[in-house]
Design a binder for this molecule. Structure first.
Ligand SMILES: NC(=O)c1ccc[n+]([C@@H]2O[C@H](COP(=O)([O-])OP(=O)(O)OC[C@H]3O[C@@H](n4cnc5c(N)ncnc54)[C@H](O)[C@@H]3O)[C@@H](O)[C@H]2O)c1
Length: 306
């Protein structure tokens, strides 16, 4: 019996963004078909500690993630992902921060592939923290990017991200900006990755046709998107129950009457529908669900367990 421990470098070497996107896409389809037992996550100290678990019925495998979140710390996420299977004595422990960034990027890649206009190549990213590089990598994997504009209230973080990304995206023009409203004006894809508690831009600041991903808000007090965008856009979510419980912008829009629960389309359902959801403006709102971590942990188990 072995417990194999996998560090961030080993995770990166074993799982490309492309593989993560494919694994998470399959997971969303299975999730919509009832393939997982996945309780609502346990939230302690108003989101400073989270416990998430998912059991995949068909493979009798399970993933349990425990993490702490501290936005005053770099990295903000610290913790572990544990993988275990019925009938197999070996288990795997992996760094939760790296798995989380990969699987959150991967979900955005899946949604962007489904919803963004073909040929979209101009991304504005708001929030240049720990999640940001994988947001860009994921979008680039499904819509090769011509231009990336990085916005952050901390200009040094925007500049540092632009510097990190430059060697990875040699054919892409990367710039930084201070004003999110101005920077989303000609975007074809927008990614929001901040712990903001009020909308990052007005709906009127967006172009007529745009796809917006929002990963930041995971507590009812947090919001990145304005009600007007949610009212007029096509809204796809990772899991209905999870966003109703945790997403501040979805809850705010529902309370304001800008949205009804019937307007929310789950990603797994959208992936298997005869036609992708359409709309001039499309939105993917994710709070993150344990199935995504399970999907990455399965790739790691395949790569590292004896
Ligand atoms: N949906 C998911 O599955 C998922 C997964 C991981 C993290 N998250 C959430 O995503 C958010 C970002 O996580 P992170 O680890 O990158 O955090 P981080 O603290 O590393 O980075 C956040 C960045 O956003 C910037 N920022 C804050 N407010 C801003 C604003 N109004 N405009 C522009 N920039 C602003 C900060 O300066 C910082 O650089 C957090 O809220 C986190 O909880 C969601």
């Amino acid at each position: 019996m072995q417990t194999v421990t996998v560090d961030p470098r080993e995770i990166r070497e074993a799982v490309t963004m492309r593989a993560a996107i494919d694994a998470v896409r399959g997971g969303f389809v299975d999730l919509a078909a009832g393939g997982f037992e996945m309780p609502t996550r346990t939230v302690l100290r108003d989101g400073q500690f989270l416990v998430m678990s998912a059991h995949h019925r068909a493979s009798a495998s399970a993933m349990i993630k425990t993490l702490s979140l501290d936005f005053g710390r770099v990295p903000a996420i610290a913790g572990t992902v544990v993988w275990t299977e019925t009938g197999r004595a070996d288990s795997l422990v992996a760094d939760a921060g790296t798995v989380t960034a990969l699987r959150t990027g991967a979900a955005v890649g899946v949604a962007t592939d489904l919803l963004a206009p073909a040929g979209a190549g101009r991304l504005t990213l708001v929030g240049a923290g720990g999640q940001a590089p994988d947001q860009v990598r994921a979008v680039h994997a499904v819509r090769p990017l011509r231009e990336v504009t990085v916005v952050d209230t901390a200009p040094d973080r925007a500049a540092a991200l632009a510097e990190t990304l430059a060697p990875e995206l040699p054919g892409t023009r990367i710039s930084t900006a201070a004003d999110a409203e101005a920077a989303v004006g000609d975007a074809e894809i927008v990614c929001c990755a901040t712990p903001a508690t009020s909308p990052l831009f007005r709906a009127a600041a967006l172009p007529a046709r745009v796809h917006v991903n929002a990963i930041g808000a995971f507590r009812p007090t947090m919001r990145e998107l304005p009600d007007e965008l949610l009212a007029t856009g096509t809204v796809v979510v990772d899991e209905r129950e999870a966003v109703l419980e945790e997403s501040g912008e979805i809850r705010h829009a529902l309370e304001a009457g800008a949205l009804t629960e019937d307007d929310l389309v789950e990603l797994g359902t959208a992936l298997t529908a005869p036609e992708a959801p359409r709309g001039e403006r499309t939105v993917f709102k994710t709070v993150g669900v344990a199935m995504q971590d399970w999907a990455i942990a399965r790739l790691l188990a395949d790569a590292f367990l004896p």
